[in-house]
Design a protein around this ligand. Structure first.
Ligand code: FAD
Length: 376
């Protein structure tokens, strides 16, 4: 059992970070190395770490100004009863990228302008309009637009959603890296009223945390459902587009450390080969790794990992028949379903099975722990 948890996190620092994407890329993904020296913590390939990030201090300053408050004003945390100066409360406890409906309700109650009050009333009365409004706005732009007089500070702070931990797959093996832990972090950005906004934890890890200085509170989130096979000669198939690649870097480090004789097959996908081929040289250095890549925007027709699976359907089915374990990590909304459909198609065709037989084949793969997912 790990002794660190959400309420008692370990404090790591940043050792190193660098972009995995080139400047020409349409997005940013970073390699983040945490310094874990003197932290007695155990994790396994497949596990994630929960990171307790802090909000951007510039955003916090803007928000305090928009609240017409002082950074030193004292706030009582409504759940724990702990007292915090406003600046610390907003930095560490509040989700500043999301508005809650109770936040809007409070603004509505305190609003003096009849026109603005009516606008908010209309939003609060219409669930779908409200949902759209809450997802398109954030506390700062709402306060700037509506809070023309000072609001009850404690009550306002009570309406923020809690700043929850964000999870990141461990991208390194403890056998290979004793004192450091690697992550692969995609930076979230979007525009809010012509101002750039960032995802809280990805911004914290990719930009804000200072090397060797900023404490990074974390704990291990074990993933017993996503472990390597116990036998080192078992073949494994890894499907990890985007940041879904992270645990497979740890898998490969671990298998290499054990001198695993089992075969390895990796499917990686991103937008462009030139700018988004994460860890390319590392994959090329592995001797017993078969690699198939799908760069969706390198040609007119979009190509994804499931297309590469289908192109190699016969061999993939043979691997499964040979006892391979298949792992999928990354996007839950679209990718995992497309991969599942491709798997279905492959077994149907090359196993000469009926639909029902395919379903029970996949069911037994899952039951035997040979088809494992870690998707988000
Ligand atoms: C088990 C697990 C493993 C994971 N592993 C990884 C990993 O290895 N690497 C990785 O990069 N991620 C991973 N994730 C995802 C990660 O935990 C975070 O969800 C992700 O980094 C975004 O967090 P954030 O704090 O940066 O963004 P948040 O602040 O949480 O924002 C998240 C989303 O909300 C949108 N958003 C928020 N506010 C607004 C607004 N006002 N207007 C418009 N859009 C808005 C953002 O565009 C974004 O889509 C994993 C998740 C899980 C559950």
């Amino acid at each position: 059992m790990t002794k660190f948890d959400r309420n008692h996190p370990a404090l790591a620092t940043l050792k190193e970070r660098y972009p995995l994407t080139k400047e020409s890329s349409s997005k940013q993904t970073w390699h983040v190395t945490l310094d874990m020296k003197n932290i007695d913590i155990e994790y396994h390939p497949g596990d994630s770490v929960g990171i307790l990030a802090q909000n951007d201090p510039v955003l916090v300053d803007h928000l305090i100004e928009a609240m017409r408050a002082k950074p030193t004003d004292l706030i009582t945390h409504k759940r724990t009863g702990e007292k915090f100066p406003l600046h610390a409360f907003l930095s560490r406890c509040a989700n500043l990228s999301r508005i809650t409906s109770s936040f809007l309700k409070l603004l509505h109650e305190c609003e003096a302008s009849l026109e603005a009050k009516e606008h908010m009333q209309n939003l609060l009365a219409d669930k779908s309009k409200l949902r759209a409004f809450l997802s398109e706005n954030d506390p700062l732009n709402l306060l700037r637009d509506y809070a023309k007089s000072k609001l009850p500070l404690q009550e306002l702070c009570d309406q923020f959603g809690p700043l929850l931990p964000r999870f990141y797959s461990v991208a390194s093996s403890q056998y290979t890296q004793k004192d450091t832990l690697d992550l692969t972090v995609a930076l979230f950005t979007w525009m809010q009223n012509n101002e750039k906004r960032y995802g809280i934890a990805s911004h914290f890890l990719c930009h804000l945390a200072e090397i060797g200085k900023t404490p990074i509170p974390l704990y291990v989130q074990p993933a017993p459902h996503f472990r390597l096979p116990a036998a080192h000669d078992t073949p494994i198939i890894m499907i990890g587009p985007g940041t879904g690649i992270a645990p497979f870097r740890a898998f490969m480090q671990e298998r290499q450390h054990h001198g695993a004789s089992g075969k390895h097959w990796l499917f990686f996908g991103e937008r462009n080969r030139k700018s988004d081929f994460f860890y390319e040289s590392e994959w090329n250095a592995h001797k017993n790794l078969e690699l198939h890549t799908a760069f969706s925007r390198d040609q007119e027709e979009k190509v994804y990992v499931q297309h590469k699976m289908l192109e190699n359907a016969k061999e993939l089915y043979a691997w499964l028949q040979d006892g391979a374990h298949l792992y999928v990590c990354g996007d839950a909304k679209i990718m995992a379903k497309d991969v599942d459909n491709a798997l279905h198609e492959i077994i149907l065709k090359h196993g000469n099975m009926s639909e029902d037989e395919v379903k029970s084949y996949i069911k037994s793969l899952k039951k035997e722990g040979r088809y494992r997912l870690d998707v988000y």
